[in-house]
Design a binder for this molecule. Structure first.
Ligand code: FAD
Ligand code: SF4
Length: 517
């Protein structure tokens, strides 16, 4: 008897129990396929990162004594579809069993369930042994109740005894306080120069050439001679050490800060490593918690709590929402937004300095940090009423860490509020005030951050300012009863009718010129 075990590109978990013993009757298969390069228009660095990570992973398995079949994109035997390749392999090599790991994406889950049902041989499915939670834990926990992140996160802290005073199920946090958001989130001081980004540069010309030869359509740019992203487990362990030693101490403080010359600041850049499962969330959390206990003078509790919250809280929470709400989630459009994303999401060619830099970082590095995604590109798309399908397609393509379970919940949910409030309790929108507070963008901008309406003197008004009020005004019926928003309507209602009319008129003018802002 021979078993065929499938490993998807985001299932590169070397610690998995599958690999604990070498079994000569088991063949592992990894495949580069057009069905994966083409389901979205991906950033070229994202495709390169996945293919490279898969190739290294296959080599490491072989070195450990396992038998591996690896189908490159240009292998003539590659049917370019998952069921096609698996059926071919089974027919040609006479496997008697097919096993796969639970995929994290709904699309692949459906495909594999159907494939397994259609195969004439025994099939099996195993957990990826990566997350803290199981797929359906979340739906069981919340049932029909509202999904709220904070209680979920507190339960996770208690359940796993992370930063708690003891392992008792009713224990309190080690410092007596759960949430340090108020201590975090400063803007950068003037003239601030951030730490250099950790790089793992390598030449990837051969893969870039392969993608070109095969006609794979991608977005963004790449320097094939100097690809910076880590793609192996040991490189991600190095990234984690680097983060714990050199960045964690200021992570929370500057978590929301943005500056034109900085692309990753004190962020960990571990998302691709975790999402491809090269590194486990437990390893990351254990390491940062150990760094805190080892040196609480240098690394304050607020920094480490802020970081743990992202992974133990947000990351697991988004996965839970995804499995509880898909596939319907992918069609939600609470505001019925219909516009198309303007061209500058693909070429960064806009006079809005904040959007220019956030998009430029995204196209250059296949990365931007959370606040650039949420409060610049996401905020602008929401204020201008872009269709969530358009916004999702862009986010799913552009970021190296974009896999649907964590992309769509963040984009359609947290950022676009297209779910009407499943993920977030209110839409994340802001005028220039917030962007100016958290960034150095506004000083170099061709728009005036302080103006809501053009007055034909000096710089034109920042588009965010009028669009912000227009957003609230046009969505009044949907938002004014939200207890977290009511105050904004009271501010709006107190403005002079002529001022309000001028702001709404300005917003209409800008919306009509969306492509040329
Ligand atoms: P750090 O700031 O160092 O944070 C550490 C880790 O926390 C991240 O690696 C990530 O695993 C986790 N994390 C932080 N915030 C979130 C969050 N909101 N949801 C889930 N995990 C979180 N993250 C993705 O992994 N893939 C995506 O496709 C993705 N799309 C996003 C789209 C939008 C519109 C927004 C607002 C956020 C998105 N995020 C996504 C969440 C977050 O922006 C990225 O995880 C983060 O920027 C990755 O960089 P980092 O590893 O340096 O993160
Ligand atoms: Fe962005 Fe407006 Fe500031 Fe310019 S002035 S950087 S458009 S927020």
């Amino acid at each position: 008897p021979k078993t065929l075990r499938l490993i998807l590109g985001d299932q590169l978990n070397q610690q998995h129990s599958w690999f604990r013993t070498v079994d000569p009757t088991v063949v592992y298969v990894l495949m580069e396929m057009r069905q994966e390069t083409d389901y979205a228009q991906h950033h070229i660095q994202k495709v390169v990162a996945f293919f490279l990570a898969m190739r290294h992973f296959a080599d490491e398995l072989r070195q450990a004594g396992h038998t591996v079949t690896y189908l490159t994109l240009d292998n003539p035997a590659n049917t370019q579809s998952l069921p096609g390749n698996i059926n071919e392999l089974i027919n040609l090599q006479g496997f008697t069993k097919f096993e796969y790991l639970l995929p994290d994406e709904h699309r692949l889950d459906r495909q594999l369930v159907e494939l397994a049902a259609s195969l004439p041989i025994e099939t099996g499915v195993a957990d990826t042994e990566h997350f803290y939670t199981k797929r359906d834990d979340f739906a069981k926990r919340f049932g029909a109740r509202n999904f709220i992140m904070e209680p979920f996160y507190r339960d996770m802290r208690r359940k796993h005894g992370i930063l708690m005073e003891s392992n008792d199920p009713n224990a309190q946090p080690a410092t007596g306080q759960w949430n340090y958001d108020a201590d975090n989130r400063n803007g950068l001081p003037k003239g601030f120069v951030g730490p250099p980004a950790r790089e793992h540069a390598r030449d990837v010309s051969d893969i870039v050439q392969l993608l070109q030869q095969q006609g794979v359509s991608t977005m963004g740019t790449i320097d094939p001679a100097r690809f910076l992203w880590p793609v192996t487990r040991s490189e991600y362990l190095d990234m984690l050490e680097h983060f714990a030693d050199n960045l964690l101490y200021a992570f929370g403080t500057y978590q929301d800060a943005m500056a034109p010359a900085e692309w990753s600041l004190f962020h960990s850049r571990l998302s691709f490593g975790m999402n491809s499962k090269l590194i486990a969330p437990r390893e990351v959390i254990d390491r940062v918690v150990a760094a805190y206990w080892a040196d609480p003078e240098r690394i304050s509790y607020a920094q480490v709590e802020g970081f743990v919250r992202q992974i133990l809280g947000w990351r697991e929470y988004m996965r839970g929402v995804y499995w509880a709400k898909m596939p319907a989630f992918a069609h939600l459009n609470f505001f019925n937004h219909q516009r198309k994303l303007p061209h500058y999401y693909w070429d960064a060619n806009t006079r809005m300095n904040c959007v220019h830099h956030a998009v430029r970082h995204s196209l250059t590095y296949a990365y931007s940090h959370h606040i650039q995604r949420l409060m610049v590109t996401g905020n602008f798309a929401l204020l201008t009423g872009i269709h969530p399908d358009e916004v999702d397609a862009w986010y799913l393509g552009v970021y190296i860490d974009a896999i649907q379970w964590v992309e769509i919940t963040n984009t359609r949910g947290m950022s676009q509020f297209a779910d009407g409030g499943i993920v977030g309790t209110k839409p994340y929108v802001s005028s220039a005030t917030y962007i100016n507070k958290m960034s150095h963008y506004c000083t170099g901008c061709q728009y005036d951050k302080a103006k809501k309406v053009n007055d034909n003197k000096g710089k034109p008004a920042c588009p965010f300012n009028s669009l912000y009020w227009d957003f609230y005004d046009r969505n009044r019926a949907k938002l004014e009863h939200n207890p977290r928003i009511g105050m904004m309507y009271r501010v709006w209602d107190k403005m002079q009718p002529a001022d309000k009319a001028a702001i709404l008129q300005q917003a209409q003018t800008y919306l009509a010129q969306l492509e040329s802002l």
